[in-house]
Design a protein around this ligand. Structure first.
Ligand code: FMN
Length: 301
């Protein structure tokens, strides 16, 4: 009887380990980029709160960057992007506006926004709205923090902190909002990446692509933007790059693992340093698990 108990216990422990390891392998690791501008440190404090929220999720890595330090590699490799700005005259700070103007499409990423402002009704919510509008225009799936009140859950649009009198700086409850925002973006980014959100709907309709394919860009010829579509039949590591006629790499558009599905990427006609490239023939190449497909396009200015 004792022997039976022991082997039953051993069997249950083994099953537990197997179940846990299969759950772990279904989870996706995500990178969340937090981009902020801060002059006197308040927005930086909120950004640190967002980082803590992201890192409370063991499958997420937070990358914290000042707005003028963000590279194309940071943007291309991020699964999520969270923007933060102080309020200047009721609006987004200029360096953040310029960053939004100078960057292209972020389709497929998850995002959110936060702000700080000295006054209660001085425009910090307007800054959150404006950042969300910019994220939506860039094709981002925007989410906000979710608060658990036990009996029910309630949602927020983003996070903001009132940094002026009577309680200067960023309070602990405002930091909690920032943490909740980071946590939510990380969670939804994981669900999107694992296909738990989109692919369930698609696979139920049996609409998943049957093979790996790269389509002709459109418009073509183009100036300065064009769109590239491709399809993946399963989760694959994808490298989509643009080359010039000399075979030199001009821009990396995608360099990450992606679940089965149909994808559209926009090229803004800029190189890896955000500089506009010259008129001419360019090649875009989709490299997936040892196979490459290449197509030609024409930039006419
Ligand atoms: C030029 C300037 C304009 C500002 N305009 C506003 C405003 O319109 N509304 C507001 O609530 N706060 C305003 N503020 C206050 C800042 O938004 C606030 O101090 C913010 O927390 C600063 O962020 P930082 O510490 O990250 O630089 C302004 C500050 C400056 C310097």
């Amino acid at each position: 009887m004792k022997r039976y108990n022991f082997s039953l216990r051993f069997f249950l422990i083994l099953m537990g380990i197997l179940v846990l390891s299969s759950i772990a392998s279904a989870q996706q690791n995500v990178k969340i980029l937090i981009v902020y501008y801060s002059l006197s440190g308040n927005t930086e404090l909120m950004a640190n709160g967002v980082v803590e929220g992201v890192q409370s999720d063991s499958n997420a890595t937070a990358i914290l960057k000042k707005v003028d330090e963000v590279t194309t590699a940071d943007l291309d490799s991020a699964d999520g992007i969270i923007l933060g700005s102080p309020t200047y005259w009721g609006n987004i700070a200029n360096p953040m506006k310029e960053f939004l103007d100078n960057t292209g499409f972020w389709g497929g990423k998850v995002g959110g926004a936060f702000s700080t402002g000295a006054m209660k009704t001085g425009g910090k919510e307007h800054v959150v709205f404006s950042l969300i509008a910019a994220l939506l225009m860039k094709g981002v799936v925007v989410v906000g923090p979710v608060y658990d009140f036990g009996a029910f859950q309630s949602g927020g649009l983003g996070a903001s902190a009132m940094t002026g009198p009577p309680d200067d700086g960023v309070s602990e409850s405002e930091l909690d909002d920032a943490r909740a925002l980071g946590q939510r973006v990380a969670l939804i980014a994981e669900q999107l990446k694992s296909g738990a959100i989109v692919n369930n709907v698609i696979s139920n309709n049996e609409l998943l692509p049957k093979g790996f394919s790269l389509q002709q860009n459109f418009p073509n010829p183009f100036n300065p933007e064009t769109k590239i579509n491709y399809e993946l039949p399963s989760t694959l590591k994808v490298l989509l790059r643009i080359f010039n006629e000399l075979g030199e790499e001009v821009r990396t558009l995608v360099d990450k693992e992606q679940p089965a599905g149909r994808y559209q990427v926009q090229w803004d006609g800029k190189d890896n340093n955000y500089q506009p490239v010259a008129t001419g023939v360019y090649f875009y190449q989709l490299y997936v698990e040892g196979t490459a497909q290449t197509k030609k396009m024409l930039l006419l200015k």
